[in-house]
Write a protein that binds this ligand. Sequence first.
Ligand SMILES: C[S@@+](CC[C@H](N)C(=O)[O-])C[C@H]1O[C@@H](n2cnc3c(N)ncnc32)[C@H](O)[C@@H]1O
Length: 314
Amino acid sequence: MTSNHHQSVMFTESIDALNLKTGGIYIDATFGRGGHTQGILDKLDKSGSVIAFDQDIHAVEFAKENFNDERLTVIHSAFTHMGEILSERNLSGKIDGILMDLGVSSPQLDNADRGFSFNSDGPLDMRMDQTSGISAAQWLENADAVEIANVIYEFGEEKKSRHIASAIKRVQQDQTITTTLQLANIIAGVVRTKKNKHPATRSFQAIRIFINQELKQLAETLEQSIDVLAPEGRLSIISFHSIEDRIVKQFIQKHSKQKQLPKGLPVMNSDIQQTLFKDLGKQFASKTEVQNNKRSRSAILRVAQRTALKERAC
Ligand SMILES: C[S@@+](CC[C@H](N)C(=O)[O-])C[C@H]1O[C@@H](n2cnc3c(N)ncnc32)[C@H](O)[C@@H]1O
């Protein structure tokens, strides 16, 4: 049976970080099962609205069946198309806040058919959007050992990446790798980890990130947020691993630092107002939340506010 339960991570903190205006327009870039979306809707009045994105058709179908609210629009799309979609709707520069709760949802992880889990057997798919792109199994079949090792190292920070890639290619001489447990067992034959951590954790994360182009999409969407957000609009972004968090951190830092001016030169107004965002810091899940929801253990929430000035720095 497919579970639809997803416990929203850092629910209160991430919604408070949006500093909601009751009549504002908000984006939930990662609808999932709509926990955060509902939290935002609950704080808006009749004139407020939420535009939600999810690239997983099951999330969008869930929204259609379970959300009946005129203030909500749910779009089946990767959030990387946000800029273009909002521009078509004449909403560029009018969004009061963007919430992103990155990664996969519990229903995606828990449903073995989606191929994300190394704990239960299923087809080795790993696509969040099963209507396009190639599955993890197809990619592993066609990629060479160097490409596989690079992905596992770059996106999983897995030291044994080369050994894993060689083991995969060795097995593929005799059989096709089509299921999650086949792959998990190959990796377990190469990697040793501490008791609580499955040896395939890092590799599965890496392949998932690669198959869904997660980091590229995140970086592109952050750039789009510059034009999407209204002055004083907020970014509230929850990430779940250091590589993802680094992208968010560096984006905010890059756009919130004043340009260093040569000493002794007169300071012009235009020089001072060059930052695009104000960095409002990071937060972690509370101890109580971590005790109640293991998934929140690695969550990092970063918050930034679009500055009032609309021109881009040169
Ligand atoms: C962690 S869950 C979000 C859960 C949601 N906040 C809730 O409370 O129910 C992440 C969701 O974002 C979606 N997602 C991840 N990357 C995406 C992307 N690039 N574009 C659109 N949706 C994406 C996934 O399909 C998944 O449903």
